[in-house]
Write a new protein. Sequence first.
Length: 383
Amino acid sequence: MSLPETFPSRPDTTWLSVVGARPQFVKLAPVCRAIERHNQKGNTPFIQHRIIHTGQHYDRDIAEVLFEQLAIPQPDHNLGVGSSSHGVQIARMLQRMEPLLREVPINWVVVYGDTNSTLAGALLAARLKIPLAHVEAGCRSEDPSMPEEQNRVVADHLSQLLLVPSHSALKNLRREGIGTEDDPRKRRTIFAGDVMYDSLLQHQAVAEKQTARHLRQLELEKKAYYLLTLHRAENTNNRQRLVSILKTVTSLDLPVVFPVHPRTRHALAAGGISLNGRIRQIPPLGFLEMISMEKNAKAILTDSGGVQKEAFYLRVPCITLRDKTEWPETVECGANRVVGADPQAILQAVKENRTADWNDATPYGEGNSAETIVSELVASIKF
């Protein structure tokens, strides 16, 4: 791999976003737009925003399509780390990213969510003494065995600016001594709201225009199918658990649309697991297609944190195929049931969630999170 090109000369302020996985692209898009609006208004300072794509998600159906659909500027650098074990993948990220962070002075490294790309960006920023901001800080599933939980905890404890999506996330940080009066590092914690809500609001109308075509191609009717997504290691790395979930959903009363993640596709092949019955296996969906399919499903069964929230925003009942969730607000208001892989719990949750009857709760802000994020980053710059 050839060394990346150097950054252009330093503008008023240089920010570097590190992304590498589908949920991070969705979070990045509104932030890019907010930065562009800031610059177009002639506000000070002018923000030079650079994007490093680690290549953690490299499948076109997951990565390139989202950059196109969400109109995200093409990454300044793609590290192309690809798929591998956690240790190898993170090591490649650190090795290939470090020269880029040393090129010119950077005022902020911004990391998003809880992936290995988040962890690598946070570690390098801390080691090189570059100010670090974490978008979607403070989320906790209280399951320390999850790689995502490990990544988000480390990123939070290394960050100087923590941009939280919910008040429960803010409480989690306070409990860990971050942002309190006794915090020796005086880290700033800000309720920014959920930037994924921004993204959904910005693209929902366009996605809805494609609904009829999507449903016609799959020979489905609105609210006459279930949507299933599975990709978390706790499900894909456990053959018994994966088989239990898939066997259960085949017994549901409606077709089950299943966009298969590359990790899940590999797990199915390696485990000799075939899909049959009511499950309709399809390739991964772009963001717009996914919103459309979510909105028109009768219910959603998922192990994805992002899909849980999208179901909440779209007022579609959600059944979470994990033992815990980092989004307790969705459970507390009745929009989400956490059932793990237990067949009876799954079936009962589908039955209970036949109607979306939760209140108009807004625990994740009003859809202007990206503006708050940019404002707080500007306000916290230390030249």
